[in-house]
Write a protein that binds this ligand. Structure first.
Ligand code: FES
Length: 96
């Protein structure tokens, strides 16, 4: 085992888990992640901020859910209208 530190300053984790028959993030989470990833790339921040999909966080009823790691900031009920605010918060936390 090798203990190390994260390669990126911040990770935007977007839940894409699908729970058939009950509320879950998946159907909305995937396009949200794609849009966030495209914005991060367009801003030239891909080496500092990594956008990634996540499995279920266990708070499905609050979804779609986005989590900023390692800063511990949650966003619930996320829609496309929130992506720029999330990105601004991420940039502030990451210092970029
Ligand atoms: S499906 Fe997203 S938190 Fe459970």
């Amino acid at each position: 085992m090798i203990e190390t530190t994260p390669r990126h300053r911040l990770y935007i984790q977007v839940c894409e888990h699908v729970k058939p028959g009950v509320q879950s993030c998946g159907a909305v989470g995937a396009p949200l992640r794609e849009q966030l990833k495209a914005r991060v790339a367009a801003l030239g921040l891909a080496k500092e901020i990594r956008v990634m999909k996540s499995g279920c966080f266990g708070v499905c009823e609050e979804g779609p859910n986005v989590f900023l790691f390692p800063h511990g900031v949650w966003f619930h009920h996320v829609g496309v209208q929130d992506l720029e605010d999330i990105l601004q918060r991420a940039r502030s936390l990451a210092g970029v």
